[in-house]
Structure formats: structure tokens, C-alpha cells
Design a binder for this molecule. Structure first.
Ligand SMILES: *Cc1c(COP(=O)(O)O)cnc(C)c1O
Length: 386
């Protein structure tokens, strides 16, 4: 990379081994619903320690499958944090449910358990914890609240594959956990996702849901020379192809080293920001391995005179691919229109949104890239008038 080349905020790593794995499937008999799907599911089960895994066409499809398996329906409430990718809430709406936005912790941007508890009503069916930026929620607390109120604990762990919580792998903690394999996430299948759960009953429901609601799959029918099948419940086509699963299997082997690399880069950023006034990285909780999907910094309004928009555009002009994760979901016109969400609903989410920037973070970032980002941030907040 030349010195002013654009540094994206995230980027996939694809090597020759990945390409060969995909080519092998292209030359085989099964492009979809073939043997690679189960092999990938088993690999994720082994990696996370989960009992069941269901591969789907995206993380969003995974969240939808979870909401369907929980039989969320019209009027049912599901609590979600306001700082997350909109898909977390959209999945509730697909089922006719009502996403109830809870606020986040001001230092970690993880779902605030106190805010969650205040939003629980007799219509609440589930809560979705989002492992924001790759740091796991405090699941002991979330579990206790879920048990106390008889609601299901779902983990949107699309940021946290490879992370841990108190020596437990993410994916082996909540009732249902969803991962995404979009190219900015830890491992990729192009598009793709997976749900892991201890419940065989839930996994079977989700397997039907991803395949139109059909009660047997094409491969099994073909092997048993059967043609008859039934649809007992409406489903979708949310299948992940064998081509994608082969890529996922190959990528997963490299995940542990990538998590290490992400942590190393994060430590370099941490060290740098200790020397910068007015910028605080998100708080790191030492109860587990942080998967570092994102590195997010917060500006202190009292010591920095520029707005986020100004800092953002200065950094982009320097070729530094900063981003913002996320616009509070309740700010989106759809949610205002459909659920009457107003400003003030989640004050911490709203305040931190104005002060956040995501810095580039991906395993192949060079030492020089990291230094360029650090120098760029320092320059972007310098007060030129002094
Ligand atoms: C990426 C992501 C999703 C959606 O995953 P897709 O695979 O892009 O559909 C959902 N929730 C969160 C928090 C995400 O980061």
C-alpha cells in the first residue's frame, strides 16, 4: 500500500486455500444442500461448544429464524438495544412483533440491564443482547433477568465470533446465538450466517424455516428415493450454499490467529489514546476475550471543539476509512413512523452517537496503517485557531 492509500474500516482476508476450497465445490455434484453445509455447521459447533448449529443465508436471516422459532407474533415485545445494526430490530418486525428499545451503557455501549428491566412488560417475550464491537454482554446479569421474567435470552453475536465470556465461548451462553459472515465480520462466506443453540427442538424448527417450511431436505429425499414432502409451517429460502460453506470452513481455521491480530492492533490503539486528551476508547471489560470486530472511540465535547461530522470528514480526506456504528435504530424514519419512536427514548445512545467514530481494524492492517490512523486522529482534533 502506498502512503495515502485508502484504509477501509474493515476488510476480508481471502487466501489461495480459500479459493481452492471454493473451486473444489464448483467441480462437485452439490452446489447447495450438499455435504459442506453440515461440515460447516459441525465446525462452528466444535469451535463454539454449542450443541446445535443451523447455517443460513445471512445474519439477518438467522435473526428472523430465531424470532420465528420463538413464535414471536403480533403485539409480542422483544427488547433490543438502540445501538445496534437495524437488522436486530427488523427481525422482530418481520414477525409482527414490537421491538422495544432499551438504552446502552455509556462506557461500553452494551445493553444496559437496568434500562432493560424497566422496559419489561407482560408482553415481553425475549431480549436480544448485542455483543457490541466484539465485547460480550454481561451474560450472567442478562440471564438472571431473563429467568426472573421468563423471557428468552437471544445473543446477536454478529460482532463476537471467537470471543469469550468468563471462559465460555460466545455461542455457548445464550438460549440462541446468531453470527454473521458478511465480509466485514471475522470470517466471511460472502453473505451468510449461523444460529447456534443448545435446543435440538429450536434447531429443527429453524432448519425447516430456512427451507420453505419443508419437513425434509432435498438430499435426504434423493438418497432415500422419496419425492413426498409437506409444508407444515410457512418458511423462506434462507439456505447457505455449499460454495459458501466451503469458504466458511476454510476461513474458520484462521479465526484464532485473526482474533489475536485484532487484539494486538486494539492494544496499539489503546496505548496511543492514553496520550491523547479528549478521546476515550470504549471501556474494555476483562471478563473475557474481546473479538474486536470494531474499535470505537468517543470524543469528549468539553475538550474537543469540532463536531463528529467535521472530524469524520477530515479523516476521510486523509484516506482513513472511519465509520459510525450506529445511528440509534429508533432514529430511523421507519421506526418513528411505525412505532412512534421519539428523540429522548434512549438518552445515552443518543448522546454517544454524536460522539462516536469507528477506526479501521482488520487483521492485515500494517504497523504503518495503524500509525497513520493514530496520527490522523491527532491531527483531526487539533485546534488550528490556537
Ligand atoms: C452484521 C450484523 C447483522 C446482520 O448480518 P448480515 O449477515 O449482514 O445480515 C446483524 N446484527 C449485527 C449487530 C450485525 O453487526
Amino acid at each position: 500500500m502506498t502512503d495515502n492509500a485508502f484504509i477501509p474500516y474493515g476488510r476480508q482476508c481471502i487466501d489461495e486455500e480459500d479459493i481452492q476450497a471454493v473451486c473444489k465445490v464448483l467441480r462437485s455434484d452439490w452446489l447447495t444442500t450438499g455435504p459442506m453445509v453440515e461440515i460447516f455447521e459441525n465446525a462452528v459447533k466444535e469451535f463454539t461448544g454449542a450443541r446445535e448449529a443451523v447455517a443460513v443465508s445471512s445474519g439477518t436471516a438467522g435473526l428472523h429464524a430465531v424470532m420465528n422459532a420463538l413464535e414471536i407474533q403480533t403485539g409480542d415485545e422483544v427488547i433490543v438495544p438502540s445501538i445496534t445494526f437495524a437488522a436486530t430490530a427488523n427481525a422482530v418486525v418481520y414477525q409482527g412483533g414490537v421491538p422495544v428499545f432499551a438504552d446502552v451503557d455509556k462506557d461500553t455501549l452494551l445493553l444496559d440491564p437496568d434500562s432493560e428491566e424497566k422496559k419489561i412488560t407482560d408482553k415481553t417475550r425475549a431480549v436480544v443482547g448485542v455483543d457490541y464491537a466484539g465485547q460480550s454482554c454481561d451474560y450472567d446479569v442478562l440471564k438472571q433477568i431473563a429467568q426472573q421474567h421468563s423471557i428468552t435470552l437471544v445473543a446477536d453475536s454478529c460482532h463476537a465470533l471467537g470471543g469469550t465470556y468468563k471462559n465460555k465461548k460466545v455461542g455457548n451462553i445464550a438460549d440462541m446465538t446468531v453470527f454473521s459472515f458478511h465480509p466485514v465480520k471475522h470470517i466471511t462466506t460472502g453473505e451468510g450466517g449461523m444460529i447456534v443453540t443448545p435446543s435440538a427442538r429450536m434447531a429443527n424448527k429453524m432448519r425447516r424455516f430456512r427451507n420453505h417450511g419443508i419437513n425434509s431436505d432435498h438430499k435426504t429425499r434423493s438418497e432415500n428415493k422419496l419425492w413426498f414432502y409437506e409444508i407444515d409451517q410457512l418458511g423462506f429460502n434462507y439456505r447457505l450454499t455449499d460454495i459458501q460453506c466451503a469458504l466458511g470452513i476454510s476461513q474458520l481455521k484462521k479465526l484464532p490467529q485473526w482474533i489475536k491480530k485484532r487484539n494486538q492492533i486494539a492494544r496499539s490503539y489503546d496505548d496511543f489514546f492514553k496520550t491523547v486528551n479528549g478521546i476515550t476508547p470504549l471501556k474494555y471489560l476483562d471478563y473475557g476475550v474481546h473479538a474486536y470486530h470494531l474499535y470505537v472511540i468517543l470524543f469528549n465535547r468539553d475538550s474537543i471543539k469540532y463536531t463528529r461530522a467535521e472530524i469524520f470528514s477530515k479523516l476521510r480526506d486523509m484516506g482513513i476509512g472511519v465509520n459510525v456504528h450506529y445511528i440509534p435504530v429508533h432514529y430511523h424514519p421507519f421506526y418513528k413512523k411505525t412505532f412512534g419512536c421519539l428523540k429522548g427514548l434512549c438518552p445515552v445512545a443518543e448522546d454517544t452517537y454524536e460522539r462516536m467514530i469507528t477506526l479501521p481494524l482488520f487483521p492485515q492492517m500494517s504497523r504503518n496503517d495503524v500509525e497513520r490512523v493514530c496520527a490522523g486522529v491527532r491531527e483531526s482534533i487539533q485546534d488550528m485557531s490556537k
